[in-house]
Design a protein around this ligand. Structure first.
Ligand SMILES: Nc1ncnc2c1ncn2[C@@H]1O[C@H](COP(=O)(O)OP(=O)(O)O)[C@@H](O)[C@H]1O
Ligand SMILES: Cc1cn([C@H]2C[C@H](O)[C@@H](COP(=O)(O)OP(=O)(O)O)O2)c(=O)[nH]c1=O
Length: 217
């Protein structure tokens, strides 16, 4: 361990959540620029994915040809990717004092595999306790948007992946579950109206991080 890593204060962990086409990638790019301008050493990553193993798992999870994947297999694969990401990328970065901004994290499993697929919440909580080793985001930004608006925004992106082909009712359950999670943990979550213009969404995210971390990047 170097002298600087021994003395660096632990970094902050921010996750971005929301339905399809909510504007996570757009917000991520805006935050990256603003954090860099403030000299914050930020690591960007995503789920499923973010490691060699995780990206391989992601391609299996999103492959539209794998229509026969069971809800149980899907849940376990999401957590296989996450267990690797936490250990290989997120924890070491935070320990070295870097900030981590992750495009989705464990809340997505409660929303999609829990709300969307009907997997029991206790089962997901048990996997979280095991795979995430107690790692929770310091701040979770939830981009909330009506399902129809998100789908219209995402429509131009080419072939839908294995999850995007689900019916509107699936994404309504995902949205409702995200909102329940936010109500249950108001200290960690900030809900942002994702129907606002991109600049307003970015400002809301910056205000949220200032509120939580005590500084506006
Ligand atoms: N606040 C916004 N208002 C209108 N359109 C947006 C907004 N944010 C993103 N978009 C557009 O919607 C589409 C999906 O946005 P993207 O950031 O890729 O979403 P996600 O990563 O959540 O799927 C893109 O074409 C993007 O330009
Ligand atoms: C992390 C995670 C993602 N997902 C899903 C959500 C997305 O449909 C897909 C890939 O995430 P993402 O790349 O964020 O997709 P998009 O940009 O289309 O919103 O994986 C889950 O179902 N469970 C999870 O735990």
């Amino acid at each position: 361990m170097t002298a600087s890593s021994m003395t660096a204060p632990r970094g902050k962990f921010i996750s971005l959540e929301g339905g399809e086409g909510a504007g996570k990638s757009t917000l991520l790019a805006g935050l990256r620029e603003r954090f860099a301008a403030r000299g914050i050493d930020l690591l960007l990553t995503r789920e499923p994915g973010g490691t060699d193993l995780g990206e391989a798992v992601r391609s299996i999870l999103l492959d539209p040809a794998r229509r026969g994947m069971s809800a149980e297999s899907e849940l376990l694969l999401m957590f296989a990717s996450r267990a690797q990401l936490v250990r290989e990328v997120i924890e070491p970065a935070l320990a070295a004092g870097r900030w981590v901004l992750c495009d989705r994290y464990v809340d997505a499993s409660y929303a999609y595999q829990g709300g969307g697929r009907g997997q029991p919440r206790e089962r997901i909580a048990a996997l979280e306790a095991w795979a995430c080793a107690g790692l929770k985001p310091d701040l979770t930004l939830l981009l909330d948007l009506p399902v129809s608006t998100g789908r219209a925004r995402a429509a131009g992106r080419g072939e839908a992946d294995r999850i995007e082909v689900e019916a509107d009712a699936f994404f309504e359950r995902v949205r409702a579950t995200y909102r329940e999670l936010a109500v249950a943990e108001p200290e960690r979550f900030r809900v942002i109206d994702a129907s606002l213009a991109p600049a307003e969404v970015l400002q809301a995210a910056l205000d949220a991080s200032a509120h939580v971390f005590g500084a506006t990047p």
